[in-house]
Design a protein around this ligand. Structure first.
Ligand code: FPP
Length: 223
């Protein structure tokens, strides 16, 4: 299963305690750690996390630089454990506007975890799905070719923090995704929240535009 997560609510979480927004992002990094560790146990094979959107550059400079430092620190700290646990790390998004120390950390992490087969984690940094589509799409390209360039279709998309929007994330890949919106703020998101979202997903009937027809029961046709 390919799970994608919009990790929202960090700023409001910090505000609850009268802390700076960055404290929420730091706590959010702990949730990232928990979710990466727990994902393989609930059948997730690919996990895409929205860490920094191209529109996030418009946030206050202090928050942006703090987030960049946090990402670099996280990547450097996690590589060894990811490698030991069969987790492959990859980054999606633009790479030409990142701070000088972040890009080498990302490239090293990708190289060192390349052989990971248990879980494929993609972290979206300076990411805009619209820009990604414009960059990858070529005239005459088939659906399959574009999907190969972008990555697998999303099965389940979780957005924490109470908002219900896609915010320029995986627009093509979410064509038939199931959506799970929760009021839980990302720093509070725990293993049990992941389990509940996956259990709800597993109970849903995915029809991909087709009908469900139960034999001998014409009244049960639904589209
Ligand atoms: C949205 O919450 C969150 C972000 C813009 C950043 C997400 C980043 C992390 C969770 C940090 C660590 C990430 C990794 C991959 C280690 P918000 O700030 O918009 O919250 P608000 O809506 O409450 O203000």
């Amino acid at each position: 299963m390919h799970l994608a997560i919009i990790m929202d609510g960090n700023g409001r979480w910090a505000k609850r305690f009268g802390w700076p927004r960055l404290a929420g992002h730091k706590q959010g990094a702990e949730s990232v750690r928990r979710v990466i560790r727990h994902s393989p146990k609930v059948g997730v094979r690919a996990l895409t996390l929205y860490a920094f959107s191209s529109d996030n550059w418009q946030r206050p400079a202090e928050e942006v630089s703090g987030l960049m430092r946090l990402l670099a620190h996280f990547i450097e700290k996690e590589v060894a454990e990811c490698r030991a646990n069969g987790v492959r790390l990859e980054f999606i998004g633009r790479r030409d506007r990142l701070p000088a120390n972040l890009l080498p950390a990302m490239e090293r992490a990708e190289l060192e975890t390349l052989g990971g087969k248990r879980l494929h984690v993609r972290i979206a940094i300076d990411y805009s799905s619209r820009d990604m589509l414009l960059t990858k799409m070529r005239p005459g390209m088939s659906r399959e070719e574009l999907t190969r360039c972008l990555g697998p279709d999303v099965d389940l998309l979780i957005r924490t923090g109470g908002e219900k929007r896609l915010s320029d994330f995986l627009l093509w890949e979410c064509a038939y995704a199931e959506f799970h919106f929760t009021h839980v703020a990302w720093p509070d998101f725990e293993e049990s929240d992941l389990e509940a979202a996956v259990a709800e997903f597993e109970g849903r009937e995915r029809r991909f535009g087709r009908c469900t027809i139960k034999m001998n029961e014409p009244s049960s046709v639904s589209c």
